[in-house]
Design a protein around this ligand. Structure first.
Ligand SMILES: Nc1ncnc2c1ncn2[C@@H]1O[C@H](COP(=O)(O)OP(=O)(O)O)[C@@H](O)[C@H]1O
Ligand SMILES: [Mg+2]
Length: 761
């Protein structure tokens, strides 16, 4: 804001007015003074002239002492108002005439001698009034003042016009130019004002405008450059910010814990996972120390690792166990040095990946592989055992047939037979564990099956054990073997009973559940879908970690000799696995045990369903046909031969597949049935079966094998086998099925310890 300043025009006008006023005042004063001096002198001269005139005029009257003439003269002159004193005296004082008038003004007195021939004869005194002088002076003064005022007013008026013409216009032009320049219009050059000084100022202004214009252009260019630079810098900053954000996002969304610490072990930064694991807000990470995050031992291990990196300058890979909120987690950590351009280490970076689940999965996998290996071993052993048992059982049966009708003590033989049956049952359970046994899947409501098993358990378990059930409201429908499912419940119920010698509660629950992708991810042996969950809970002794790790191993038992076989849970495991289910166990010493069994419910299981076969009792009858028995075990061949001979058949034997094909080729018209073992050296049973059927489609083959699992059965039936009998078989059952096959009426038969399947021919 401009300070309120004086107006130049006003000042100029004032100065001019003052100057003019002073000059005119001086001139008027001078004029006044001069004129008043003049008039004074004139007055004096008049007085002198008057005196001189009267002196001359009175010579004769006075000489003559003519008072009258003197008086008349005085009278005549006293008419003149200016004469305020008139004194005439003669030297003789004869004439002494005096005329005096007072008019308030001073007067100029002049006297002169009245001379007659150079002799003074009298004197005349004349007093002239100064009135006219003063009046004239006053008028002069008034006129002068009026004149001064007139001059001033005129000057003011003229001054306005002159100022406007001389000052305002050029100044306005100048001001307009300045306005133009300040508005950035440097080229609008105004015409000359007509005044050199102003034009010079204008010229200077134009020069200044040109310089300002150049400077402004320069400034503009600089500012454009600056603006571009600023925008570039802004862009770079935004890019940097976005990159920083991206980097932060990578760090935060990356699943591992990522951090940076200085060489003294103080953290510099950590990502979101770091915040989450250690429950530290981001702004408090900087400055933290491993001592504040870990216990003493863990701290020392971590510090030792950091020291190693600093010493060697290379990265290390370590497995760290970190316990947070009572949960132990395993991390695989890669720690590496961060070096400056000079190669000096200035920080340590770390990436820790949570491998707890991996470790758990690995242990589960190991467990599953172990069980799988044991299963393979068990099935191999069971196969050989079956052959041995087949031999013993066959000979005993032959002996019993020979002794038929004779009054001998058959007790030992019968006991031997029942011992063999028990051994066969053991083998069967082993085969169930290794999933090499035949299974009859049926549509079941597990609630019914379990209820039935619970009835058996109530009778079996001591009375101080309370059995509770909590079943699903809807039917728990699955495809399963009812006998096996009962076996599962019995085995687990008995185990629970054993774990509660002083009583307790056994709870069996069922529920229809859906296993989600999320649930299945850490349990590789499960697949998402609908399941029936069977939970078996007891309040017994529970198990320690080592026992828990081994519960499903066959022959693993913590019970005394003769009390436990260690096959109960192995069988359960085999059954559940066969149904593509999942079993898990949770237990702690003194805290009871919880088993969870997930069996695929009807929707999941129907794909696995097999047609339910009808059981038929086959009447035994003899025959006289020729049968080719193929088995690598000599005893098995012998028993089969003996037994079939007993039923009237003629038997030819072969030791392996190749021999069997040769024999059949030679006697194909004579051989009515082939009894073929599957597990043989050389080409093996299945290949032999396929070759026989390919060569001689009319051939009838009965498969006799220790492996009773359904896929072997279905495969051999698919290849064209007429029927399947599982070893060890009872001779009578063999007789029945052979007869049936020869008669072409074979179906499926199930006896106590013999499972026999055949396709309808
Ligand atoms: N409910 C349970 N409570 C405690 N321990 C159990 C339970 N079920 C099984 N076990 C443990 O698992 C082992 C194996 O069980 P199992 O396979 O049935 O064989 P067995 O019962 O013949 O010992 C048992 O010896 C026992 O140590
Ligand atoms: Mg048991």
């Amino acid at each position: 804001m401009l300070k309120r300043s004086k107006k130049l025009s006003a000042d100029l006008s004032t100065a001019l007015v003052i100057c003019v006023a002073l000059v005119s005042a001086f001139i008027i004063a001078f004029n006044y003074y001069y004129r008043s001096q003049e008039s004074w002198k004139r007055l004096e001269r008049t007085a002198e002239d008057y005196t001189a005139y009267l002196g001359a005029a009175l010579v004769f009257p006075v000489w003559n002492l003519n008072r009258k003439a003197v008086s008349e003269l005085v009278q005549f002159h006293s008419i003149n108002k200016e004469i305020v004193l008139l004194e005439i005296t003669d030297t003789t004082r004869t004439i002494n005439h005096r005329h005096s008038v007072a008019n308030g003004y001073s007067s100029i007195i002049r006297k002169t001698a009245i001379k007659h021939q150079d002799h003074n004869i009298g004197e005349v005194v004349v007093g002239l009034s100064t009135r006219s002088y003063y009046q004239a002076n006053r008028r002069l003064l008034i006129n002068s003042i009026v004149m001064v005022i007139g001059i001033i007013v005129t000057i003011i008026a003229i001054n306005g016009i002159i100022l406007k013409r001389l000052l305002y216009k050029p100044f306005y032009t100048l001001q307009k130019r300045i306005d133009d320049i300040s508005n950035g219009d440097y080229d609008n050059i105004q015409p000359n004002s007509g005044y050199r000084e102003l034009d010079q100022i204008c010229l200077k202004f134009e020069e200044m405008a040109a310089r300002i214009k150049t400077r402004e252009q320069h400034l503009k260019n600089t500012s454009t450059l600056l603006r571009e630079e600023i925008s570039d810098r802004k862009k770079a900053q935004e890019e940097l910010k976005s990159n920083e954000q991206k980097l932060q996002n990578i760090l935060d969304f990356a699943p591992p814990v990522i951090y940076l610490k200085d060489l003294h072990g103080k953290y510099i930064m950590g990502n979101k996972q770091f915040e989450h694991i250690y429950q530290v807000p981001r702004d408090q990470i900087a400055g933290l120390d491993d001592r504040q995050l870990h216990d003493g031992d863990t701290y020392r291990i971590i510090r030792a690792g950091d020291d190693r990196i600093i010493d060697t300058g290379t990265h290390i890979e370590v497995e760290e166990k970190i316990e947070r909120n009572g949960k132990a987690k395993t991390y695989s950590t890669i720690k590496f040095p961060l070096k400056n351009t000079g190669g000096e280490i200035y920080a340590i970076g770390g990436i820790s990946t949570d491998i707890t689940v991996n470790r758990h999965l690995e242990s589960q996998l190991r467990q599953a592989q172990k069980l799988e290996a044991i299963g393979t071993l068990a099935s191999g052993v069971a196969h050989d055992f079956n052959n041995i048992l087949q031999a013993i059982s066959g000979y005993i049966e032959l002996m019993l047939l020979q002794e038929k009708g004779r009054a001998v003590n058959k007790q030992p033989l019968n006991q031997m037979q029942s011992a063999i049956d028990r051994a066969a049952d053991l083998i069967r359970r082993l085969l169930i564990f290794s999933r090499k046994s035949d299974v009859k899947l049926k549509l079941l409501d597990l609630n019914n099956t379990i209820s039935h098993a619970m009835g058996l358990l109530e009778r079996t378990l001591p009375k101080m054990i309370q059995i509770r059930k909590d079943f699903s409201a809807c039917p728990a429908t699955v495809y399963a073997d009812p006998v096996q499912m009962e076996q599962v419940l019995m085995n687990m119920g008995v185990n629970a009973g054993d774990a509660m010698p002083d009583g307790g509660t056994l709870t069996i629950r069922t529920a229809n559940v859906t296993l989600t992708e999320e649930f299945c991810r850490p349990r590789p042996e499960t697949t998402p879908g609908d399941y029936v969950l069977i939970e078996i809970d007891d309040t017994g002794a529970g198990m320690d970690q080592d026992t828990l790790q081994r519960v499903f191993e066959p022959f693993f038992t913590t019970k005394g000799i003769g009390k436990g076989t260690g096959l109960g849970l192995a069988t359960v495991y085999g059954i559940v696995k066969h149904l593509r289910g999942h079993i898990s166990c949770n237990s702690r010493p003194g805290m009871g045990t919880n088993f969870k069994l997930y069996i695929p419910s009807i929707s999941s299981a129907k794909n696995m369903a097999e047609n339910e076969n009808v059981c038929k009792r086959i009447p035994i009858s003899k025959g006289n046909e020729r049968i080719l028995v193929v088995d690598d075990e000599e005893t098995v061949r012998e028993i089969a031969e003996n037994a079939l001979n007993k039923f009237g058949y003629t038997v030819t034997t072969a030791e392996n597949g190749e021999q069997a094909i040769e024999t059949y080729k030679g006697m194909r018209n004579a051989i009515d049935l082939v009894i073929l073992d599957l597990g043989m050296p050389g080409m093996g049973g299945l290949k032999c079966l396929k070759a026989l059927i390919d060569l001689y489609p009319q051939v009838k083959v009965l498969i006799a094998s220790g492996y009773g699992q359904s896929d072997t059965i279905s495969k051999s039936l698919e290849f064209g086998a007429a029927a399947f009998i599982k070893k060890p078989y009872h001779i009578l059952d063999l007789g029945k099925i052979v007869r049936n096959l020869l008669d072409g009426t074979a179906g499926v038969c199930e006896t106590d310890n013999l499972h026999l399947a055949s396709k309808a021919s």
